[in-house]
Design a protein around this ligand. Structure first.
Ligand code: ATP
Length: 511
């Protein structure tokens, strides 16, 4: 995967109606994106796969939909007002703003790239005999660059963990990092920058400034008791939610990976204190299973265990995916102890406890959370599915090998021509199948062109209606991945499509 592949994802997303830049006619709004006609369908399907796997497949998980606006004390209690910061730095000449830690990470990446280039060169030179592990541990150029990566990384981690902004600035100067756009090294000091957006709510109760939520989790914590009591929930139980979150990210060229307005899918699982590590392990495995169930190559996923933990957590792990720009977090699983509920208890003065009938005791439950970005998951699927396939004879095709159940359309109905009653027959099939599946209908252009367009938006099955169909009540179905075609009876279509593309089959494998 490469920079080239990333560019292809961007252009394909736009060209085929998946993702547009927000307010593009006004030259766009940085790090804000809109989903187009195909993008919204894919996004809805990912959300549905997540929601059903949580709420429908677990008898002890329920869903809610909390408001984006919350009482401002929520964010004082959660620690976001005082601690939800990133270190920022401005370039005095270009007037551009950057995240200080990201500038350093990008500098590190240059050394990593040098190492990979050297390894690729070695592979080419030694061919079959190439021992990559030995090469990495003995080649002097690789060794020198690896040492540099380790040194800078350790300085960066130390400065970030200590919150030492002067050390970050010093490191940027020591490494000679220049503004990636202007090349200038004329930097301001590093300052903390709070990521929450605030706005005004008419002041009836004296609390004028409110925030746009930077995560959905707090809407779950403040509703813990409402749900537990009205749903008569017994520990362990979970509350799931999907919805928009807002962060004033300082970003550069990351497409939907890091947006200022994005969507999260979070589930807070409330457990008995003392059992949290067992549940942490359970959810760590369950969540990886959810990802791998989509048929994505195993080697593209990995865990990243947090060594240094946030003050409220006693275990944390990220699920990372190999994006075109390297392994990056898609989802976090965190054991958050009783931190959030205890904080809300203290700030609100309301008890947020659980009466455990077995222990005959009241206590604040512990929480294990799973938190995934819907937009990042969208990018996982685009990165993994967008392929260019050589068909021989100078022919090629671009296809989106999306998991069939998540594709924007499950099937396309394509009469060979509008004439001779074929369109009528195609529409009749469409009107029947649309009750169960999201179907596409098109009767213009050559069939080859139409197949290519369906490949490019990921439609797993095409159904072609031709003149024989009128006599025999059968049609040709063509499969996206294999391009295999076969003749089937119209009456069989529904069963065949359901077997190949339904969400039910995807969920069954998780059950
Ligand atoms: P990162 O370190 O990449 O900024 P994070 O650790 O701040 O992420 P969390 O606060 O744990 O992220 O949020 C949970 C999930 O929400 C992340 O795993 C990611 O998928 C998603 N997410 C977080 N910030 C953004 C963003 N700005 N744009 C898109 N998705 C995001």
């Amino acid at each position: 995967m490469s920079e080239e592949h990333f560019k292809h994802i961007l252009s394909h997303s736009k060209e085929y109606g998946f993702v547009f830049q927000s307010s593009e006619i006004y030259d766009g709004l940085a790090a804000v994106y809109d989903y187009g006609q195909n993008g919204v369908a894919l996004k809805n399907n990912i959300r549905e796969y997540w929601w059903k796997s949580m709420v429908q497949l677990h008898e002890n998980i329920v869903g809610i939909d909390a408001a984006i606006f919350m009482h401002p004390k929520t964010w004082k209690a959660s620690g976001h007002v005082d601690g939800f910061n990133d270190p920022m730095i401005d370039n005095k000449d270009s007037k551009k703003r950057y995240r200080a830690d990201v500038l350093i990470e990008e500098h590190i990446e240059k050394y990593v790239q040098k190492i990979e280039k050297e390894v690729a060169k070695g592979k080419k030179r030694f061919g079959e005999d190439f021992d990559e592990e030995q090469f990495r541990t003995t080649n002097p150029n690789v060794q020198r660059n690896a040492k540099k990566v380790k040194e800078i990384n350790s300085k960066l981690r130390e400065a970030m963990d200590d919150g030492d902004l002067d050390d970050l600035k010093e490191l940027i100067e020591e490494l000679g990092i220049a503004d990636p756009i202007s090349g200038s090294k004329n930097w301001t000091d590093v300052r903390q920058f709070n990521l929450m957006y605030s706005t005004q709510m008419s002041a009836t109760d004296g609390e004028n400034e409110i925030y746009l939520r930077p995560e959905t989790a707090q809407g779950i914590f403040v509703n813990y008791l409402n749900v537990q009591k009205t749903g008569r929930m017994k520990l362990p139980f979970g509350i799931a939610q999907t919805g928009k979150a807002f962060r004033n990210e300082i970003v550069a060229r990351q497409f939907i990976m890091r947006m200022k307005e994005f969507e999260q899918m979070e589930m807070q699982f409330f457990v008995q204190p003392g059992s949290e590590m067992e549940w942490f392990k359970y959810w760590k495995e369950e969540r990886m299973k959810w990802h791998k169930n989509l048929g994505i190559e195993e080697s593209k996923y990995r865990y990243h265990d947090h060594v240094k933990l946030a003050h409220y957590a006693n275990a944390a792990v990220d699920i990372e995916f190999q994006f075109p720009f390297g392994f990056k977090e898609v989802e976090g699983i965190h054991s958050r102890t009783d931190f959030d509920l205890s904080q809300h208890q203290e700030f609100s003065g309301k008890k947020l406890q659980y009466f455990d009938p077995e222990k005959n005791q009241n206590y604040v439950p512990y929480v294990v959370e799973t938190s995934i970005g819907l937009d990042r998951m969208f990018l996982v699927l685009m990165s993994n599915s967008l392929q260019h396939e050589d068909l021989g004879d100078g022919q090629s095709r671009t296809l989106l090998r999306l998991p069939a159940a998540l594709a924007p359309f499950q099937c396309a109905i394509l009469p060979l021509t509008k004439k001779d009653g074929l369109a009528e027959m195609g529409l009749k099939i469409f009107n029947e199948l649309k009750l169960d599946f999201n179907c596409y209908y098109e009767d213009k252009d050559s069939i080859g062109k139409r197949y290519r367009r369906q490949d490019a938006i990921g439609t797993p099955i095409c159904i072609t209606v031709d003149h024989d169909s009128l006599d025999n009540d059968d049609v040709t179905i063509r499969f996206r991945d294999s391009m295999e075609q076969k003749r089937v009876k119209i009456s069989e279509l529904s069963t065949i499509i359901a077997r190949e593309v339904s969400m039910k089959e995807l969920l069954r494998k998780l059950n």
